[in-house]
Ligand binder design. Structure first.
Ligand code: CAA
Length: 280
């Protein structure tokens, strides 16, 4: 395993590219537009500069890490990849297109993985002729900080591919946890309904945004309150995961109307400057 292509240079893809390069892999950072790749690279540069300022990284090491990342706006560049980690938008039609193209472009040995937060790995694998070499690698936000990678086996994922990804995740400084393919896997099946419940609690006027977050921070020792965390993840992402849980697991997982309202208003959390908190 030498070269990793990361598709999607947003907050997740950028973070994955950073930790892969920090682990010494050559990284191809891909997105549909040059400006998206540049923005992702800019965030990586900023994160690494902060580590240099804190004395956790030397300036030389920072340059070596940046030098391992090449920019790409063409999926054809996947021809050089031993592993692809797809972190594009959470839309099955787009994933279908990306994975069927990757299957044609990539050499036989290339493993195709997805950072999807809730879409079925087995269905994504079925868009390729190599379902045994397709696997889920679900990183947590912010990627450079969070230790977990959920490694999700699709129905046909081979043991060899699972082992390779487990070892690679460890080399990237993460702790892999094996889970099977089911709506929301483990992390989001447990976490996202709690965030949704916090939104319902707000919607019913039981407490203010700050009060709800304080209860969970001070009472449960959570590093962030659920509404601040929803803003960090992105309210559109929280809603789309709730919809997957609702469809797959039933009415218990119905998204809160206030969450839908915020998403319709374009209040998506930190990335749009406004969510349950104001970031402008
Ligand atoms: N990128 C890179 N590094 C970051 C960062 C970011 N976006 N945000 C914080 N950090 C780093 C800081 O630089 C700092 O590093 P040092 O220890 O080297 O100084 C460290 O993280 C701690 O940051 P802060 O002191 O600024 O703040 P904090 O102690 O409050 O930690 C936090 C921030 C790590 C985000 C913490 O609040 C936390 O763990 N929050 C919960 C995050 C969480 O639950 N993530 C999972 C979301 S669910 C998900 O991702 C799955 C999905 O599919 C939706």
């Amino acid at each position: 395993m030498k070269t990793i292509m990361v598709i999607g240079a947003g907050q997740m893809g950028g973070g994955i590219a950073q930790v892969a390069a920090q682990a010494g892999y050559s990284v191809i950072l891909n997105d549909i537009k040059d400006e998206f790749v540049e923005r992702g690279l800019g965030i990586i540069q900023k994160n690494l500069s902060r580590s240099v300022e804190k004395g956790k990284l030397t300036a030389e090491d920072k340059e070596v890490i940046i030098g391992l990342i090449t920019k790409s706006t063409s999926l054809q560049d996947a021809v050089a990849a031993d592993l692809v980690i797809e972190a594009a938008v959470e839309n099955m039609a787009i994933k279908a297109q990306v994975f069927s193209q990757l299957d044609v472009i990539c050499p036989e040995h290339t493993i195709l993985s997805t950072n999807t937060s809730s879409l079925p790995i087995t269905e994504i694998a079925a868009f390729t002729k190599r379902p045994d070499r397709v696997i889920g690698m679900h990183f947590m936000n912010p990627v450079p900080v969070m230790k977990l990678v959920e490694v999700i086996r699709g129905l046909a994922t081979s043991d060899e591919v699972y082992k390779t990804i487990e070892t690679l995740s460890e080399k990237m400084g993460k702790t892999p946890v094996e889970v099977n393919d089911a709506p929301g896997f483990v992390a989001n099946r447990v976490l996202i309904p709690m965030l949704n419940e916090a939104v319902c609690t707000l919607n019913e006027g039981i407490a203010s945004v700050e009060a709800i977050d304080n209860v969970m921070k001070l009472g449960m020792n959570h590093p962030m309150g659920p509404l601040a965390l929803a803003d960090l993840i992105g309210l559109d992402t929280v809603l789309s995961i709730m919809e997957v849980l609702h469809e797959g697991l039933g009415d218990k997982y119905r998204p809160c109307p206030l969450l839908r309202k915020y998403v319709k208003a374009g209040w998506l959390g930190r990335k749009s400057g406004r969510g349950f908190y104001n970031y402008q």
